[in-house]
Design a protein around this ligand. Structure first.
Ligand SMILES: Cc1ncc(C[n+]2csc(CCOP(=O)(O)OP(=O)(O)O)c2C)c(N)n1
Ligand code: SF4
Ligand SMILES: [Mg+2]
Length: 348
């Protein structure tokens, strides 16, 4: 267990008496200015502010610059850097083995949308309780900037090569497949990203967040739709988003009739104010329609696009006992000789 620091005047401690440094990892080796580093900072802030015990966290990833990120946060958590595109199956095994752990997976648009698309699809439809972040830069940063499947039609590489394939919208795909929390954000929008991350960490089910995260080395030029300037000019926040954790009693001011509150299973609340007219975040068809309409207008819509707080997660669906499988005695996980003999007998 991470040892709490003794309260010292002037030190910032969270509700479990840990300083922000207890949530940091090793020093980043990514390029200065890479969007992935900004996401790492917001992850550290969110875990610290929520007061999550670091050794109760599983960090998972695939391969890519993005997938290196778990090394840069929560050094006292459990981590597994899997094979390219195969993080969902490792996450599924780990969460089924111990559903008391809080799992967070970091992937890239290549790791998820190309080699890992098959695994992503099944993760979304299973509603495995975990936070799944795509650090989306529209390219394969680690292998020197080739187009990824989220690159927009007509966008260009630095060399001038034009992308002639349509993109995969990972948010639309996740909603279609049954993910119970789907959001989009931008690494350059720290306030919104932190609110979304905290809500995702408090949600029970798959929380999929696609975060536009510019690659400053290979994909931050005119002609890219995943650059800082393009994102700043085209971002359309769906609402103003506040997150109220279950352990805080905060009142949020808003004009009557202009807000929607979504309650999560642990008693935390997401308060969405200044919503786009008629938008209802619990309406799946509305979310898909919104994505289609805004994409057609070349808008990059951000916020919590869809949430279904009460959808049964994979652990409920499997009917697992409360005690983690990994901690059960063999007498409860292995059929006895008598039971096996009975089964064999039944095949005669
Ligand atoms: C099985 C396998 N195929 C291909 C590669 C080469 N490879 C490494 S990272 C990567 C793409 C990474 O792109 P993305 O997931 O978008 O991450 P980014 O680096 O952009 O953050 C590829 C194709 C690999 N490591 N393993
Ligand atoms: S190559 Fe691109 S994605 Fe990779 S660390 Fe550098 S800026 Fe980030
Ligand atoms: Mg990428």
């Amino acid at each position: 267990m991470t040892t709490p620091t003794q309260p010292v005047p002037g030190r910032r401690l969270n509700r479990i008496n840990l300083e922000p440094t207890a949530y940091r990892g090793s020093k980043t080796t990514l390029c200065a200015g890479c969007g992935h580093n900004a996401i790492t900072e917001r992850i550290i802030d969110s875990f610290w502010e929520l007061g999550i015990q670091p050794d109760q966290v599983l960090k998972l990833s695939g391969i890519g610059c993005s997938s290196k990120s778990p090394a840069y946060f929560l050094s006292q958590s459990h981590g597994f850097n899997s094979v390219h595109g195969r993080m969902p199956s490792v996450a599924t095994g780990a969460v089924v083995a111990n559903h008391k752990m809080l799992a967070i997976g970091i992937s890239g648009d290549g790791d998820t949308g190309a080699i890992g698309i098959g695994q992503f699809v099944h993760l979304m439809r299973r509603n495995l309780p975990m936070v799944y972040i795509i650090e989306d830069n529209g390219c394969y940063g680690l292998t020197k900037g080739q187009f990824s499947p989220t690159a927009d039609l007509g966008s260009t590489l630095k060399t001038g090569v034009i992308n002639d394939l349509p993109p995969i919208d990972t948010c639309a795909l996740a909603i279609e497949l049954g993910a119970s929390f789907v959001a989009r954000s931008f690494s350059g929008d720290p306030k919104q990203l932190k609110a979304i991350l905290k809500a995702a960490l408090s949600h029970r089910g798959t929380a999929m967040i696609d975060v536009l995260s510019p690659c400053v080395t290979f994909n931050d030029h005119d002609g890219s739709t995943k650059s800082y300037s393009y994102a700043k000019d085209h971002e359309e926040p769906l609402s103003e988003l506040s997150f109220v954790p279950f352990f805080e009693d905060i009142t949020i001011d808003y004009e009557p009739g202009t807000s929607t509150t979504v309650s999560l299973h642990d008693g935390s609340k997401i308060v969405l104010t200044k919503m786009s007219e008629h938008y209802n975040p619990v309406d799946r068809n509305a979310a898909l329609r919104l994505l289609r309409e805004t994409t057609t207008r070349n808008e990059f819509v951000t916020g919590i696009l869809y949430i279904e707080p009460d959808k049964p997660d994979f652990i409920n669906l499997l009917g697992l006992v409360d005690q983690p499988l990994a901690q059960l005695d063999q007498s409860r996980t292995r059929p006895s000789k008598v039971a096996l003999d009975e089964i064999m007998e039944s095949f005669r």
